[in-house]
Design a protein around this ligand. Structure first.
Ligand SMILES: [Zn+2]
Ligand SMILES: [Zn+2]
Length: 370
């Protein structure tokens, strides 16, 4: 079966387009599973520009960024502010470089956090379904992200670092080559591409960008530290990865949040009510207009998935997360990432009182959905 084309998978184009008054869209190339580009937005004012989500770390992106800025009549030193919507490398990559070269302040949510654990286990951006769809369209292997370390140096030790996932399964393990490279880079101490956040923000804060006020909307779900920006004057909504036009963002079961799916639902519902919104600017894919409709569609996807998990539970009885996952996904998607999404849904049901969990003596978590 040939799947529908996903605009988030398109390669980055060179054109710089004005997508809202004083807001330019610059597409930067990324090589991440399920994605072809990331949108970096430049918000112009009389002092220069703020950039939102300046792409992956590394010199290739930096070179492209400079080309795009030149096309827009801007220089690196015109960038006085960097806004990072959440702690994924394709969004914060260029921030450190801007801070160094132009002295730009770096804005992120006050809970911004990226550690060794996240880096060494990869950064899933899109749902397992959308990954599978992308794999059908691509033959080459996605390139691995670069090494990193926790900026603060004291990331909490997540359960899967202790050798097992929270549901007692095999942890996701990146290829040996990638792990060796990280280990080496860590030894050499050349890992600090995670930006230092000079201006942490919270939900409700107001930022002056492109000569007008933008409201910070905290939207935990895809990550705990994700936020969007709303400009009520021109009706512009910078959506980050919270709401993408044709792809469902990955909601990991391995999260600091007890119920990341509930957080995501709450964020979607809150965002769906925001007005006025004429133009939605996502971090991947093209601008779109109906924010509430897209929020409802993503919510519906998860509600259907929850129903399916319940139906699987009725057939299987008490079963481990792996068994649920292998019924929920096709064999080509089986593995830790699919289990992580399944686990997020099972935990959501459990916390709603619609499932029960029991840990067996071998450490594996079993669920029944009644
Ligand atoms: Zn992301
Ligand atoms: Zn992203």
């Amino acid at each position: 079966m040939v799947r529908a084309h996903k605009q988030e998978q398109e390669s980055a184009r060179e054109e710089v387009t004005e997508v809202a008054p004083g807001v330019l869209r610059m597409e930067l190339p990324i090589r991440m599973p399920g994605l072809g580009h990331v949108n970096c937005y430049a918000l112009l004012d009389e002092r220069g520009a703020a950039v939102v989500d300046p792409g992956m770390p590394g010199s290739a992106t930096w070179k492209t960024l400079q080309q795009r800025l030149r096309r827009a009549g801007l220089r690196v030193k015109d960038v006085h502010t960097v806004v990072v919507t959440h702690s994924h490398p394709d969004h914060f990559g260029g921030a450190t470089r801007f801070a160094k070269e132009s002295g730009a302040r770096v804005i992120a949510h006050r809970s911004f956090r990226f550690g060794v654990a996240e880096a060494t286990h990869g950064q899933p951006e899109v749902s397992v379904d959308d990954l599978a769809a992308h794999a059908e369209r691509r033959t080459q292997e996605p390139r691995e992200p670069s090494p990193t370390r926790d900026a603060a140096g004291h990331a909490p030790r997540p359960p899967w670092k202790q050798g097992r996932t929270p549901w007692g399964g095999e942890p996701p393990r990146p290829p040996l080559k990638m792990r060796m490279r990280w280990r080496l880079a860590r030894l050499l101490g050349r890992l600090s591409f995670v930006p230092r956040i000079s201006d942490p923000v919270s939900g409700g804060d107001v930022l002056r960008l492109a000569g007008r006020d933008w409201f910070v909307v905290h939207t935990p779900g895809h990550t705990e530290d994700h936020f969007c920006l709303h400009d009520p004057e021109e009706g512009v909504f910078l959506a980050g990865d919270h709401v993408l036009p044709t792809i469902t963002p990955h909601i990991s079961g391995v999260s600091l949040h007890a119920d990341p799916l509930a957080a995501f639902f709450e964020s979607l519902e809150r965002v769906a009510t925001i007005q006025p919104v004429q133009q939605v600017l996502p971090a991947h894919g093209h601008p779109f207009t109906d924010l509430a409709e897209r929020c409802r569609a993503i919510e519906k996807h998860h509600v259907e998935r929850l129903e399916k998990v319940k139906a699987i539970g009725r057939e299987l009885g008490l079963a481990p997360v792996e068994a649920f996952s292998q019924r929920l996904f096709k064999p080509r998607s089986w593995g830790a990432m699919a289990e992580s999404e399944t686990f997020a849904h099972l935990e959501h049901l459990r916390l709603l009182g619609m499932a029960e969990a029991r840990r067996e003596s071998d450490g594996r978590l079993f669920y029944s959905t009644g």
